[in-house]
Ligand binder design. Sequence first.
Ligand SMILES: [Zn+2]
Length: 425
Amino acid sequence: MTAAAAGRRHRMGEGTPGCGPLIPPLSETARPLRQQIFERVRAAGLIPRVQLARELSVSPASVTTLTSELIEAGFLEEVQAPRGAEGGRGRPAVALGVRAAAHHVAGIKLSDREHTAVIVDFAGKRIAGEAIARQPGPMELAGLLEATETLLNRVCAKAGLARGDLSAVGLGVPGFVDCPTGIVHWSPVLADRHVPLAAAVAGRLGLPVHVDNDANLVTLAELWFGVGRRLSDFAVVTIEHGLGMGFVLNHRIYRGARGLGMELGHTKVQLDGALCRCGQRGCLEAYVADYALVREAQTALNLPNRETQAVGALLESLYDHAKAGNAAARSIFHRAGRYLALGLSNVVNLFDPELIILSGERMRFDYLYAKETLAEMEAMILNTGRPMPRVETHAWGDLLWAHGAAALALQEVTEGLLGQTRDLC
Ligand SMILES: [Zn+2]
């Protein structure tokens, strides 16, 4: 027997008996029935018990027992449902809804130009929103904690709630975030690396805090409140100061084994290429994001190269030049569009999503998302004769990111209250 074969035999023979994938007893698809019932009610808004039993393929008796427990615990309530189109006489139909006042959570997004926050109730309805402008650039942790607390106090005051009325806070920052541990490995809003941000903010606020990457939060916002509610597999690509991506796989955010997956902006599109903010070269982001366009604009259009010049103003200027027919300005957008097409075609070839949502504040820079970009993308997707996935552009409101952060907090609160290891009473 060769040494290699012996090694192979040793590796294959050791370890756990049996064969086939070893799946943990509580995988995401095997949530407790009461949690499935609660989440189905929240997704529906209002739903009668019979329909609930039908949709979850469980007996009406189980639904009656479990919904009674959920009502007893104060999570659900009975509501007189509006009559159907047929009108009908007799007893009004009774439906179940989430008891909105049972819990409140906050969603906060910290970013380069402004911090935003929302408060939503247990049914996911927004109660209040707030935004604070800030000077761009990285902050020390102490300053960031101060800003977070000020913002939270202001949005709580708007909602008429005390901070102690909140059950959790979802927090989003740009950069490399390990969601399960709450550690931010790198972020343009933080001066330090490897900051245990969730623990630090939780210590300051006295509330449970969950941190995630901002692109994941936009994706959560689409999954909870947008077009993603009806889709099982879709991608969201955010194009702002950086280039981010979130991916939903079987109705859940996919984060990778170490919580750092889906960094589309740092996939390489050029060997020894342009320098990226992450310190490496040839990243997609270094050709497509705001700062890449600004860098090119300053050179090509001979625009003032001052630190104080706002990125937004420079981009507006570039856009105006392109619209006025300036060939250099047009070619900058066109080139960025080609790189974007390259990145998107890679996403399609890897994941085959049903829909790609291009999400950003300034999606009106239509040169970047022009027909040519989509045609270029299609040309790089494997040719199977089928139509390529749909691509939609969504310009977002200021509070969308914070909304996604609130969804993260709601998800965690629900898991904590109704997950496997908890008793209701
Ligand atoms: Zn990079």
